[in-house]
Write a protein that binds this ligand. Structure first.
Ligand code: 3PG
Length: 373
């Protein structure tokens, strides 16, 4: 794989570069609410500019392509003149670039061809530039046109951030032991293969959030109104593994009475919904983390969107005080670290959510990374 640091002024000067970024960031009232992913694309953009390249940025925003990247374009103008462009008309784009403005293409998923990895669409994108740079680690698990299609048609390389993600996350493949994994959130499909992959190396895997609810259900516990998978029989073999730890206590919300309470996980009733981890569960994590040399954390332990953040924030604090090399990722996980201003207390904070999990689960074999080889 080629990396952008290997390209010098002679390779970049006067060239038009198509830069795949992941600007899929939270937007509130037309404004960028959280900018971690944008901030970490800036070194690649700055390097390209310094070496005389013209830049066309492209990204998706949201799932269905209906959202506009206008707030991101506005945000970027803090750093350099940026023009949001809805069409893929080469002449129009060239005219903007000639004025030394950066072009940001409108939400890629607004085009049918993006998610389908339509090669005609990929070729059209590629025809706008001389070089392709991927700095969008967070979307490298998707075989979409702008991720795997475009590099078929252009000389390609990984941006600074993508390189950093690969080298830091790969440390988890050969972790210093003891290795402690903390997995919460909801994405069962990506987390189960990950657990299978990590079972061998990890000393402890602490589970929480909706993920834990499915395991409680597999154990035969009542989970009431909590989010959990319908079919959980396939989780039963995991329950024999002593490395897997479920919180012994949880916070519940009674949907009938609206009352909250802390209780043992096996005491949840039909009307209750598990909303956060309890203090005993947190104590177990703190104990596990104390001995750890490597920690991997992804996913909240409480129902973050509804404001049940205490458990997750507590985990962030526990990890921040540890001397272990910690790798963390995922939107809500990141939000909790940011709220507590603990960003610099972790070994590596990934820009990826699902991509981080898939990277580790697949041994680094993401479609977007393979496409650059
Ligand atoms: C993310 O937010 O994880 C990435 O931007 C990928 O988004 P997606 O899950 O909609 O493909």
């Amino acid at each position: 794989m080629k990396f952008i640091r290997q390209l010098k002024k002679k390779d970049l000067s006067g060239k038009t570069v198509l830069l795949r970024a992941d600007f899929n960031v939270p937007i509130k009232n037309g404004k960028v609410e959280e900018d971690y992913r944008i901030e970490h694309t800036l070194p690649t953009i700055n390097y390209l500019q310094k070496n005389g390249a013209r830049i066309i940025l492209m990204s998706h925003l949201g799932d269905d392509g209906s959202a506009t990247l206008a707030p991101v374009a506005k945000y970027l103008t803090k750093f350099f003149p940026t023009k949001l462009e809805k069409t893929l008309e080469k002449d129009k784009i060239s005219a903007i670039l000639a004025k030394n403005e950066v072009v940001l293409l409108e939400n890629l998923r607004g085009n049918d061809g993006e998610k389908k990895n339509d090669l005609v669409f990929a070729k059209k994108l590629a025809s706008l530039a001389d070089l392709y740079v991927n700095d969008a680690f967070a979307v490298c698990h998707r075989a979409h046109a702008s991720v795997v299609g475009v590099p078929k048609f252009l000389p390609s390389c990984a941006g600074f951030r993508l390189e950093k993600e690969i080298s830091n996350l790969a440390k988890v493949f050969k972790p210093k032991l003891p290795f402690v994994v903390i997995l919460g959130g909801i994405k069962f499909q990506t987390k189960i293969p990950l657990i299978k992959k990590l079972e061998k190396n990890a000393d402890k895997i602490f589970l929480g959030g909706a993920l834990a609810n499915s395991f409680y259900k597999a154990k035969g516990f009542e989970v009431g109104q909590s989010t959990a998978e319908d079919e959980v029989a396939y989780l039963k073999p995991f329950l024999k593994n002593k490395k897997l730890v479920l919180p012994v206590d949880v916070e519940v919300l009674n949907k009938k009475t609206n009352k909250k309470a802390f209780k043992k996980a096996e005491e949840v009733t039909k009307d209750e919904m598990i909303v956060d981890v309890g203090s005993e569960g947190l104590k177990a994590i703190a104990e596990g983390v104390k001995k750890a040399k490597t920690i991997l954390w992804n996913g909240p332990f409480g129902w973050f969107e509804l404001g049940y953040k205490k458990g997750t924030l507590e985990i962030a604090k526990i990890l921040a005080s540890s001397k272990a090399f910690s790798v963390v990722g995922g939107g809500d996980t990141l939000a909790s670290i940011k709220t507590l201003k603990l960003m610099d207390k972790f070994g590596f904070v990934s820009t990826g959510g699902g991509a981080m999990l898939d990277f580790i689960g697949s041994g680094g074999n993401l479609p977007g990374i393979k496409a650059l080889k």
